[in-house]
Structure formats: C-alpha cells, structure tokens
Design a protein around this ligand. Structure first.
Ligand code: CA
Length: 231
C-alpha cells in the first residue's frame, strides 16, 4: 500500500505537543511512519505532497475549523481519516463522522486503542492482530473466543460473543443500535434494532455483577452502547 518497505505513512494533524509526543512514540512502536503538521493549513499541504495512507486529524485546530479541514482532506486525498477529540465531545464526534471521517479516536487514548483504530481502518483488523482485552476483571481472549469475569469462564452464544468482541475491539466508543446491527449481524438485519437491546441484555446478564447498573457494557443515553475499558 505504500512505497517505503510496506510501512504505512500516518499524517498527524495536531497542535497539542503532548499528543504529538505520545503519537510519535506510539506510532514508532506500531511500526508506522509518521509526518506531523501543527496546523490545519500545513496538514492539508502535507496530505497532498506526502500522500499518507491514513490521516489522524485533531478536531480542535488553531487555524481551521475541523469540518472544513475534513472536507478539504476528502477532496484532496483518498486516505481514511480518523478524527481525534475529547471523549465527552459526542456532538463533535457525530459531526465529524457525518462530514466524512472514517473513524474517531477519543482523547485521551492509549497505545492499544490508537494502533487498533489504525489497523482497523487500514486493514479491517485481522483477528490475529488483537491482544486480549482486560478491563478490571473482565477478560476476553479473541483468538480462543473465551470470556471470563473475575477469572471465572463465562459461556456466551456465538452472537453474544460477536457483539462483545466488536465492542471490546472498539472499546470506549459509542455505537448506535443501527451501527451494531450492521457490524455484528450484517445488513440483512438492518432495521431489526430490538436485536441489539435483547443481546445487550443477555450479555449484561452474563458479564455484569448487577445487569441493571452495568459497569462494562454501558448505555450512552440517546446514542447507544459502549464497552468501558478500566485501567
Ligand atoms: Ca487541538
């Protein structure tokens, strides 16, 4: 996909030096090449000249409205765009996705989350690439399709596991019921949103200490569901 030894090139458009430092280190660990731009204008230039394989775009840039930047990126380069913004900025996230971002990364993020998002948009995330998920007592071994709570194995049906696996791979990210149907069951089930409610309930019965006040598989009111990663 890229000329330089197969290592994908990431264009990072970000003005916050803390994130620039973190991303520089994390991207090196993930074996990505990286180009950094501290302003939107510079980032748009780099998108044309460097022809990145993927763009990480901060939604709070000093010189350019994020949605304008996103639209211009869309016009000038084919690379998928991952929008970065504060975890609480649901509205910003929704607008970025509507404006054409392929995915988003809530700040702050850790190295696993960053690399998982990049692999997901670049390669559709091959199964073998996923390290086990651990969140304060909940553990998921993707390769073995095994789930345990506080060390005790939990038996999930195939659909229950697929739902949990999808949410775990996209931890701390909220999905609408329609998105979950599409991702977990496929487009032939589109519109069948009660599926999600039923299966979220079943998974909660199995993994939550109190299914009525879930800690892991939480509801974001008015939006949908997400799996929380603790620690
Ligand atoms: Ca910023």
């Amino acid at each position: 996909m890229t000329g330089s030894g197969g290592r994908p090139l990431v264009l990072v458009i970000e003005d916050d030096l803390r994130y620039v430092r973190q991303l520089r280190a994390d991207l090196a660990v993930g074996d990505f090449r990286a180009v950094f731009a501290g302003t939107g204008a510079r980032g748009l230039d780099e998108a044309v000249t460097e022809r990145p394989d993927v763009v990480l775009l901060d939604l709070g840039l000093p010189d350019l409205d994020a949605l304008v930047a996103l639209r211009r990126l869309r016009e000038s380069c084919d690379a998928p765009v991952i929008a970065m913004t504060a975890r609480e900025d649901d509205e910003g996230i929704a607008r970025a996705l509507e404006a054409g971002a392929d995915d988003y990364l809530p700040k702050p993020f850790d190295q696993d989350q960053l690399l998982a998002r990049l692999r997901s948009v670049l390669w559709g995330a091959p199964a073998g690439a996923w390290p086990p998920f651990e969140s304060d007592g909940l553990s998921i071994d993707f390769a073995a399709a095994e789930v345990a709570v506080a060390g005790r194995p939990v038996g999930l049906s195939a659909s229950e596991f697929r739902l949990l696996r999808f949410l775990a791979r996209n931890r701390d990210r909220v999905f609408t019921p329609a998105q979950l149907v599409e991702e977990v069951w496929g487009s032939e089930y589109a519109g069948d949103r009660h599926l999600v409610r039923v299966y979220v309930g079943r998974v909660r019965e199995k993994i939550e200490q109190d299914p009525n006040t879930p800690r892991y598989l939480v509801t974001k009111p008015g939006i949908g569901y997400m799996l929380r990663k603790y620690g």
